[in-house]
Design a protein around this ligand. Sequence first.
Ligand code: 3H9
Length: 697
Amino acid sequence: MSDAIMYEKIGDIAVLAANNPPVNALGLAVRQGLIDGIERAEKDGAKAVLIYGEGRTFFAGADIREFGKPPAEPFLPDVCTRIEASPLIVVSALHGTALGGGLEIALGSHYRIAVPKARMGLPEVLIGIMPGAGGTQRLPRLIGIDKSLDVITSGRQVGAQEALEMGIIDKIAEGTPREIGLAYAQELIDAAAPRRATSEMPNPAPVDFDALYDAVLKKARGQLAPAVAVRGVQASSELPFAEGMKRERELFMELMATDQREGLIHAFFSERAVGKLPELDGVAPRDLNAIGVIGGGTMGAGIATSALLSGLKVTLLEMNDKAAEAARGRIAGNLQGALKRGKISAAQFTDLTETALNVATDYAALADADLVIEAVFEDMGVKKDVFTKLDAVCKPGAVLASNTSYLDVNEIAACTSRPGDVIGLHFFSPAHVMKLLEIVVADKTALDVVATGFALGKKMSKVSVRAGVCDGFIGNRILSKYRTCADYMILDGASPYQIDAALEKFGFAMGPYAVADLAGLDIGWAVRKRKRAEGMDPRARDFTYADKLCEDGNFGQKTGKGYYDYAAGAKARVPNPEVLPLIEADRATQGITPRAFTDEEILRRYMASMVNEAARVVGEGIAKRPLDVDVTLLYGYGFPRYRGGPMKWADMQGLPALLADIKSWAKDDPYFWEPAPLLEQLVAEGRNFDDLNKDAS
Ligand code: 3H9
């Protein structure tokens, strides 16, 4: 027997306890251990078998780390089939998260019991595959097609109570999984309960699978797995069990071979790797109980909301009583949303708004804060004024954070007497919704201050990425480059609508011009004005059509018109007829003869500009690893998750072709398309971005 499955016989019950921390993933040793355990139980005179997991969870699924390597026997579907074929009664006792192959083991068992807090599901589509160990064949036989499709195509986790109501499990009981499993197995033995194989249940009644396939494909915005999973479920209705299993395997293997699977699994591991920084090993964060937030606009109120929801006490500072009360109202509004969605109770709402939140107008109110985040106007003079005041009132050791999205955190830190305590914490708006947090480490930021930034991110359930100081840090710096690329394509002949459509087809939730309308066109206008005032590089191209749009009062969704007209609502956007004439006039003034762009060229240019700038960001150490860029773009910029992030996408396309494109476009515009040294180096060495991730791990 392997150590991954521990065997024990208690009376008539053979106990198979999984012991493969941290999540009892079904790696080779576990699969072999289960087969050996069942065989031993059958020879051991047992009447029933109990399967449960030691540690924090039942099996959380197949071992994802084995994907992409040659599969090793025994395969998981065969393990489930062997468990089900046993003449002994097999009981699975679930706790933690019984996911994917874990739930499939339970479905192969004859009876299922769970602790009240157990969660279960078939989340395979979230990593680009579908259930491949009988999940699409057994679940529909057990609970019917509709409920199975809901669980399988969404990948959502179902709580024990709902699972009981759906018929996925037979019983819920309080106790450890071992206790409740043993008691249930004994109860079944005493009642002479029959062996009950899901695979022997009748085929579930069919539905209109073709219509469902189309609907699921459309909803998934280009992701294949949920729709392909519909075909698996279809097989459960139309084919005998063994043939259905074959069909499931074929579909599973097809998905396994896709870039989408590779991209999604890269995203899964990358979002877990971003917080693991060798320099923080053994560094304890500072205390974090009470925080201050300066500025109660949309951003400040969002940060305060997120902090309150994570259990922190918050003092929000505004300039006067009126603004402070408006901020309180904004935060209460955000928390109302959380109440409506069932995230907090009415009692918690009252506690958060009345006890945990304090609004103030005097800096002295921040004297006891462990950490203060300023979210005031994006202007160096204003920020310096705030930090000078914070330096005067905050207690020693308090972390002083700026939520700046572009400005130099070194310069901000230098105006205090404690630059080691200063850090950038760049939240994304709305801050209580968006998961990304850029933790901007300045030259003198102390390591335990960095660790405190990550601890805050964890408390707030953010995905935190370390960034260095530069104009725009990781995300906005790269954004500025690919937005400029799109703007240049418009000057040269593309339309904003064609660009948006091409990128939405690629999988972005919204194209860059729809995003600009949402964010407010006045933001870009202010940046352009600032850059012109500072003096633009003469080699950079400039344009006026976007300024004219703003001069006419079109700031996007908030004014009803921008690149699009929103008269019929945000979703029913239609092109604003004023836009193309402005663009044409700009081209005419600049003497540009417009040319046609294919969607493919739009995508290639847009992505190449993104990847090239990202390579600079990594090369300069602003991002420590390519995966930090991927996670930033996935969580803050709507990059389609199933493409893994720009660096992973570039690796999968092949870096030499990307570099060749860049070099060919550099002939016309050497300033914009100058290849990043890191990209040239990787191509010369025959390596890719993921090799750098591996070097760093
Ligand atoms: C499948 O089952 C296919 C079958 O249908 C058919 C096969 C033929 N494998 O997330 P955490 C690691 S597909 C390997 O930080 P949490 C994770 O990387 C699978 N490793 O903790 C991390 O490692 P590290 C279907 C895994 O408490 C550590 O465990 N199942 C796996 O926040 C802790 O994870 C899924 O898709 C795995 N399957 O969340 C479930 N899972 O410490 C995917 C986790 O080195 N997993 N690790 O960074 C999850 O959703 C969450 O990890 C879970 C725990 C909810 C389980």
